[in-house]
Design a binder for this molecule. Structure first.
Ligand code: ATP
Length: 252
């Protein structure tokens, strides 16, 4: 490998060594490892952005669901079970579906998402868990902010699009996802929904809402429901999503 780098006319030995270690680290990252964990070299090698992404994708594709989570669906209450059955039916019949779990904090939304994610993942499929805020993202296994998972810029305007190439492994992961959960959607800018919708349409090569995927949005929209651009019109999510209202507080 060192000889390969010499061809690139890098003359300094230290720089060649550094480039080679970086390259090895990138390969290890694609397999879910990091060169520093082996304690073979004194310096710390930081992974490149591409390697970090490869590592995350490896993680998403190999999530192991705990026994407890696999059994969560058996504990669902009546409202949660109705939602769970409707959503899983769409997922496993390969049909599109947009659902909106509408409920204030403490009404069992997260519990339902965890049951759905566990069911899909335990069958070897990809399910992506995202939330608008980073604090909430940490509740889920593999949880990420929606901005970071779909590379949606923080500052968005009419012309914003996501920074994901169609050929990238991240695009492949999103295309493969049987389920995408986005909690706290009520805290996101409305335009973010449009950008998300356009990304999925583009990746799935279709004009169907959210690329024809099964999408579970959640949040508390007592006063307003967000709008999303559908074709050329802007329409309320209430018109295109199956709304499932959770009302009873389950805390304590
Ligand atoms: N079916 C259930 N069986 C047992 N406990 C449940 C069930 N559903 C929810 N809970 C519990 O009720 C509490 C509130 O549920 P959960 O966190 O899912 O609500 P939430 O709507 O997501 O609220 P928040 O937005 O504040 O997180 C949690 O402690 C959760 O473990």
């Amino acid at each position: 490998m060192i000889e390969d780098y010499k061809v690139l006319q890098i003359t300094e030995r230290r720089e060649i060594r550094y480039q080679v270690l970086n390259h090895i680290n990138d390969i290890l990252h694609s397999m879910g490892h990091d060169i520093n964990e082996y304690e073979l070299i004194p310096e710390t090698i930081w992974p490149s952005t591409a390697a970090r992404e490869a590592n995350e994708i490896h993680f998403e594709r190999s999530i192991i669901v705990s026994e407890d989570d696999i059994l969560l669906h058996r504990k669902l209450n009546k409202n949660q079970l109705i939602a769970y059955n409707l959503i899983t039916k769409r997922i496993f019949s390969n049909k599109a579906g947009s659902f909106f779990i509408d409920g204030p904090g403490g009404t069992g939304k997260t519990f339902l998402y965890r049951a759905l994610l566990a069911t899909v993942r335990s069958m070897g499929y990809i399910a992506l868990a995202t939330t608008t805020s980073s604090v909430a993202a940490s509740i889920f296994l593999g949880g990420r902010t929606t901005h970071s998972r779909f590379k949606i810029p923080i500052e968005i305007d009419e012309n914003t699009s996501c920074n994901i190439s169609k050929e990238s492994s991240l695009a492949g992961l999103i295309r493969d996802a049987k389920l995408i959960v986005w909690d706290e959607v009520s805290m996101a800018k409305r335009r973010m929904l449009n950008v998300f919708d356009l990304l999925l349409k583009d990746l799935m090569n279709t004009n169907a809402l959210f690329g024809g995927k099964v999408i579970v949005l959640g949040g508390d929209f007592r006063q307003t429901l967000p709008v999303v651009r559908y074709g050329k019109k802007k329409i309320s999510l209430a018109k295109v999503c199956y709304i499932l209202a959770f009302g009873m507080n389950l805390k304590n």
